[in-house]
Design a protein around this ligand. Sequence first.
Ligand code: ADP
Ligand code: ZN
Length: 614
Amino acid sequence: MKRRHLARISFLFIVFLTVLAMHRNAYAAFSSTERIPYSDFKALIQQNRLEEVIMSPTTIKGILKPEEGQKIKKTITTVKIEDQELIKELIAHKVRFSATTNGGWSQSLFLLWFLPMIIFFILMARVRRGATGAGLMAIGKSRANLYIDKDTGVTFNDVAGVDEAKEELKEVIDYLQNPQKYQRLGGKIPKGVLLVGPTGTGKTLLAKAVAGEAKVPFFSISGSGFVEMFVGVGAARVRDLFAQAQEKAPCIIFIDEIDALGKVRAAAPVSGGHEERENTLNQLLVEMDGFDTRKGVILMAATNRPEVLDPALLRPGRFDRHILVDRPDIKGREEILRVHCKNIKLGKDVDIKIVAARTPGFVGADLANVVNEAALLAARVGKDAVGMDSLEEAINRVIAGLEKKKKVMSRKEQEIIAYHESGHALVAESVPGADKVHRISIIPRGISALGYTLQLPTEDRYLLTRSELLDRLAVLLGGRVAEEIKFQEISTGAQNDLERATDIAMSMVREYGMSEKLGPMTFQNGRRPQFLDLGYRTSRELSEDVSKDIDNEVKKIVFDTYSRVKGILTENKDRLETLAKLLLEKEVVEGEELRKIIDGKVTPQKQSPPPGLT
Ligand code: ADP
Ligand code: ZN
């Protein structure tokens, strides 16, 4: 925006100068000079009133003979016309004449090109300087993006439901409070902490709380704020920011939306802001490498798109500490609601637990919104406390807003996902060749992944045996089978699982020679056959018979595994129920708990549906 503004100013300026130059050039409009038509000029010659004529390639200037009693000689100008007779006439009438080769030219050239250029460069220089010192007004305004807070006043008590993140940040606080202590021991402290998580989960709040807890100043700036500025300004501001911060150390520099600044360079669209962003990013990297942590400056940054970040930012010595700030589970939501209800007068009928249960997928900002909206609703109808009805209505309103963004799922969907994920998890724990389950979650995240079962490999694997591949296949099918067992019906949620399952079976047959019927042969060089079929026929054309055999073998592997999984889950139907119900209640179940259920330590409860859910 501002860059365009400046361009417009310069453009207008050049237009102005051009008009002026042409004006002068054409008519040589000096104050005592009269512009006259060429015919009048010729008449003056005929009348013997001209004393001298000076010709330039485009204009003719004439000096009149002084009239009686006048001291000042009047001058006139006219545009030069191709006139063969002129010189003869001038000679005949004894007019002195001369010519300048470039008089008019040099003047107009100067005005047309050099003067505007000089002025433009002066302007640009001022703009560049403006980034660090006082400058143009526009710069002064954008400096407001940099936000400095001597004391944020935010503490860890204001941030709820992110206990793991808080735990990790305690070290940073301790360090900011006692940089000397760490210095003495030569301990290494992270320079850059990257907070990763969806928008509204409290990343900014958390960074402020770290500053508040450590009682240090908080510098914050948004990554997108850098990008819209003039060439060179972003980099200058980064320098400026670090210089200021080092003066105020110990302190925190917080860069919100760092992805706007630190996008992978090649992936960036070629646009005007591209080069500028790169300059700014490079300056940031330079500053990060240059500053000494012992001075007590900690850099924090937030992003909801870590995958687009330039790897250079994540290298050791830069943002090498990553902290996940995820959507809160039901317990976290309850805590967040309590934080925001602190200063709100609640009715006796309010049960925060129910509100938490009614808001799956909500982030902290959404919950703050619910409480605020409820207070407004209650006030509008003149109530003296915020009752459950106001909260319910507020939830509905916020859901309506969120539904546009597709974040909220219905109770029925939640149930399906709970059984689906339980299926994955139980199969993973029942077969020997699958990775152990670390965590199961049905908290909606993003649009594509509904829930997830996180398996962590216990060791790095390079080789997989046939039975291990089959076990992996089984885990993938577990979700679908669980849905079938519970609801006698299947949903579209398993599509990705089935794709991956088919991939595995396909690879087993085509690449690894693991099919009994086709034997130890490979039939395709590529790794992902379904993509490679598009114009990528490998050296070995397959006969129709072999193709059919491959299809049959793949089918057989998938179907055999399917019935195996069905056997496992039918046998464990009680556990499936227990686990799914626990998931619906808590939304997140850790691997430990899951294994307790499998060991039968958690008995199936005769459970009423969780509170508040219909
Ligand atoms: P982010 O930086 O992750 O997008 P913010 O920190 O800007 O999110 O959160 C916006 C607001 O939402 C906060 O000011 C706060 O009122 C509320 N909020 C978000 N997360 C939490 C949380 N974990 N605990 C309490 N309030 C939260
Ligand atoms: Zn699945």
